[in-house]
Design a protein around this ligand. Structure first.
Ligand code: FAD
Length: 515
């Protein structure tokens, strides 16, 4: 009996030792670091959640930094502890990642929103720009720059995201065809590297670090400040939607619009599959040019493609802008009775998704699982993709919007870390699904995930040259294949700026101790 008990105790001790060897323990030295902010070792649950609502990795500590120097001190300390500590660090912007990218299992999460630093500063003149904290929300940048009649050129559809979070990916929206993504509109960064060094970088200064960090999935450094290009801001926006039944005509029109100079300021599109009464929903905010015809138009049981356009203007330019819109619209081949227009302020237009957020939150539908899938698809394969997926793999769009729009690769800088398809024009296709919690039906998580899997398999089997945006993979082989010929350069950059692979553990590209 005694022997058996001792054996069990020995076994448990062995397990405890093994666990201790594999998982990081938070050193007490963190508690004594000379920082202006503070560490929290108890209230850490918030840092194990994100918008995706599917992954949850509890950190051991959350750093609430007051300055870039707090971040540098912490990262440097962990760097000096060496690979044996197993401690990793993830920056958390606004936590709108989808698969735990801003989380750190038993590591340190840096709550970027605590960062204070110098106030946002707008510089007017010939090359207007704004200096902001890496933790700033884009919506705040909009409000501040508008006070000077200026605004950033390139946006995301949703503005309650941080500068550091979107610049680590790309930041793509309907303006990208003209101005490139947000990472094409940054002039300078201040970054804390994986060695805890604070480095200023730009096209001219430490340029390799600058381009590594842009689209770098948080792997090379933590963005503490950014200088963002501005342009004169318009006051108003004409917001237009037209419909197509035929994908080829829809795509042809989209591509024609993004190749022209004086067309629209924003071009996106979305797919509508079997949505009963959808146009009735629009009528509260969009006016139809032909309301009698439009009221007979049926969206249920059909696959439709909606082209969404915006033209910016100031009230004194109204007449000329209306003329330009008429000219551009006359070149399109949409269903004539389906021209819907709205006129809103620039802020209302840019902050449009927030209105949906408020509605969804009030119904308890915001904090549900979001099994999103974002793909970048070369133009030459978009038709086959559309044919195989819309109406086939996907038989309705009631789980959430599906965006689809082309962008010009010439507006992207090939020195950044972002991975793109190999064609001059590629499409962003975003399946933005929400899953009904605990449903086992077609609105449930399992169903949506299996649909996503089928879509990815199809891209693979047909060799469509698709790249994931906001990529997420579990194996090293998948990451290598995602990066393709860029893999070696990516690894080299990692070994230069974060040699111990301390940063961005939630992306799971590298294990701590790498290099
Ligand atoms: P987090 O989720 O907190 O972090 C994202 C990644 O960046 C993590 O790896 C994190 O470690 C890293 N990171 C965060 N801050 C920093 C920093 N300061 N320095 C270095 N690394 C950092 N994307 C688009 O491109 N276009 C869209 O139109 C768009 N629309 C969206 C709409 C909604 C409703 C949501 C939820 C997301 C949307 N996104 C869009 C995706 C969005 O860009 C990413 O989810 C982004 O990562 C979220 O930013 P965040 O500030 O919440 O970052």
């Amino acid at each position: 009996m005694h022997f058996l008990r001792n054996l069990i105790i020995l076994f448990l001790i062995c397990i405890a030792i093994k666990i201790n060897l594999c998982v990081p323990t938070i050193p007490s030295s963190l508690k004594t670091l000379p920082i202006d902010g503070h560490f929290d070792f108890k209230q850490v649950h918030h840092a194990a959640k994100d918008f995706g609502n599917r992954y949850s990795f509890l950190p051991s500590a959350v750093l609430h930094p007051k300055s870039a120097s707090d971040i540098a001190t912490t990262v440097k300390h962990i760097w000096e502890m060496g690979p044996g500590s197993h401690l990793t660090v993830a920056a958390r912007g606004h936590g709108h990642s989808l698969q735990g990218q801003a989380q750190a299992h038993r590591g340190v999460v840096i709550n970027m929103e605590s960062l204070q630093g110098p106030k946002m500063k707008v510089h007017t003149g010939n090359f207007p720009h704004v200096d902001v904290s890496g933790s700033e929300l884009w919506i705040n940048i909009l409000y501040e720059t508008l006070k000077h009649g200026l605004a950033p050129k390139s946006w995301t559809d949703y503005l309650h995201l941080t500068v550091g979070g979107t610049l680590s990916n790309a930041g793509i929206s309907g303006q990208a065809f003209r101005h490139g993504p947000q990472i094409s509109n940054v002039r300078q960064l201040e970054v804390v590297t994986g060695k805890g060094e604070v480095v200023n970088c730009s096209e001219k200064q430490n340029s390799d670090l600058f381009y590594s960090v842009l689209g770098g999935l948080g792997q090379f450094g933590i963005i503490t400040r950014a200088r963002i290009s501005l342009e004169p801001a318009p006051k108003m926006v004409k917001w237009i939607r037209v419909l197509y039944t035929d994908f080829a005509t829809f795509a042809k029109d989209q591509e024609m619009l993004i190749s022209g100079e004086s067309t629209f300021d924003y071009t996106e599109g979305f797919v509508i599959i079997n949505r009963t009464g959808l146009l009735n929903n629009w009528r509260s905010s969009f006016n139809s040019n032909d309301s009698a015809q439009a009221s007979h138009f049926k969206s249920d049981g059909r696959t439709l493609f909606c082209l969404e356009l915006a033209k910016y203007f100031n009230p004194e330019e109204m007449a000329i802008v209306n003329q330009e819109i008429m000219t551009s619209l006359s070149q399109l081949n949409h269903i004539p009775s389906t021209l819907f227009q709205s006129q809103v302020s620039y802020i209302e237009f840019l902050d449009r998704v927030h209105i949906s957020e408020i509605k969804l939150r009030s119904k308890g539908l915001w904090e549900v699982p979001h099994p999103w899938l974002n793909l970048l698809i070369p133009r030459s394969n978009i038709h086959i993709f559309a044919q195989l997926v819309f109406g086939n793999i996907l038989t309705n769009t009631s789980n959430g919007p599906i965006l689809i729009y082309p962008v010009n690769k010439s507006k992207w800088d090939n020195r950044t870390s972002v991975v793109l398809p190999e064609e001059d024009v590629f499409y962003l296709v975003a399946f933005l699904s929400s899953a009904a919690p605990s449903s086992t039906g077609s609105d449930g998580l399992e169903h949506i995930l299996s649909q996503n899997k089928r879509i990815l398999e199809l891209c693979e089997i047909d060799g469509l040259g698709v790249k994931q945006y906001l990529p997420h993979y579990s194996t090293n082989g998948e990451w290598r294949s995602h990066f393709g010929p860029q893999w070696e350069a990516f690894v080299h950059r990692k070994s230069t700026y974060d040699p111990l692979a301390i940063l961005a553990p939630g992306q799971r590209i590298f294990q701590k101790g790498f290099g």
